[in-house]
Design a protein around this ligand. Sequence first.
Ligand code: 5RP
Length: 262
Amino acid sequence: MTTDLSPIDKAKFVAAKQATRYVESGMKVGLGTGSTAAWLVKCLGEMVRDEGLRIKGVPTSARTAELARDVGIQVISLDEARWLDLTIDGADEFDDDLNLIKGGGGALLQEKIVATASDQMIVIADISKQVETLGAFPLPVEVIPFGWQTTKTLVEEMLVGLDVMGRSASLRMNGDAPYITDEGNHILDIHLNRIGNARQLSLVLNQIPGVVENGLFIDICDRVIIGYGDGRVEVRDINEGTTEVERFDFLQNDNIFTEIGD
Ligand code: 5RP
């Protein structure tokens, strides 16, 4: 039941639930990855089952694909969809311009491709993800396994000339072995502390041979829906320049959770 959720899960849930208002029958929807995006997929599955919502979902990871199928969402590939009406995803950080750090869950490459191939991207997040300046969260960078140590050295050397406050990169691990992404790559997490010029950093990183993509999403997100543990949701729209606040009624929506579970 939603009343039994921790404040952070309530915040994620209300953001996800609010985002479903932007989803209409007939849409092709990019489905993000992570714990907040998982709430969204469950809420959409509920709407498919109970309200006759007809959507085609393009997942951004194998685990989101599995969850989407489990809850009854029709899953198609990006190649089948070609272009999407909307992508809804979580984020590790967002700033006032709705620039993002993503990839904490290791899915940044598919997430960036899918979000870029969408008319709109909505980020759903709890308020802890809001930052003044990006960079406290280590920046994930997807690199090919071949020569990754050389790539790591090149990344660290390149950072010397840039406006950042740290430059050590660590290889993401999964137990004793390097983490492997859905595309068969590794991830370097770069500890920058503060990113002065995210646009420049993103461009320069992607010039390094061996780097496939980085977790900076610049000018991709249109709207952020911020959830709070007390049920408030705030919707910020960067194109309209608007902010709206609403309160979500948990009691009214308790049945959702008794039915779809966690
Ligand atoms: C996965 C991501 C996630 O969206 C990000 O890590 C946020 O996850 P969560 O909603 O679990 O906090 O970028 O690659």
